[in-house]
Design a protein. Sequence first.
Length: 190
Amino acid sequence: MNKDDIRRKVKARKTLMSQTEKDKAAESVFAMLERTAAFMLADRILMYHSLPDELPTRSFISKWSARKHFYLPRVNGVNLDILPYDEQRLALGSFHIEEPTGNDTVSMEEIELVVVPAVAFDRRGNRVGRGKGYYDRLLDGTRATKVGIGFDFQLLDEYIDAENHDVAVDMVITESDHISIRRKRRLFPC
């Protein structure tokens, strides 16, 4: 199945979900995330404000924002800027998502954990995004642990054909699954 077919299939499935189902799924996913060593050890975490069809993230951010340093992306042309989360400094931005305001951007080198949205993931950590490449550009080369989150039906058993520019995640968490992806590390640069 190609990426456009995956996007159509997942979008259709999302339309069948009630807000109660989305909220319940988010509770399960974030409870699993909280139990991971990656989350427990991280202090600087890049999250995202969810779109209406995505796993809701706002309650999780509110719950932990006094104990962890959260950052949110802000669309800047074809790239994402990273800014500290401050509930008082949000404005409606691109794609009608609340984004941080200000000029205090931070480098991805400062981020320890990234919670990554996607349309779908496979069991190797490959992801299908919305097609703009924002997260692939942002995550390229980062050493931060990348955790993909979503609903159960967003984790596919079939493999997603990854392209050279696609950046895979290190872990995928859904309501009933938690997959850690092990990758071989190169000993010497090619």
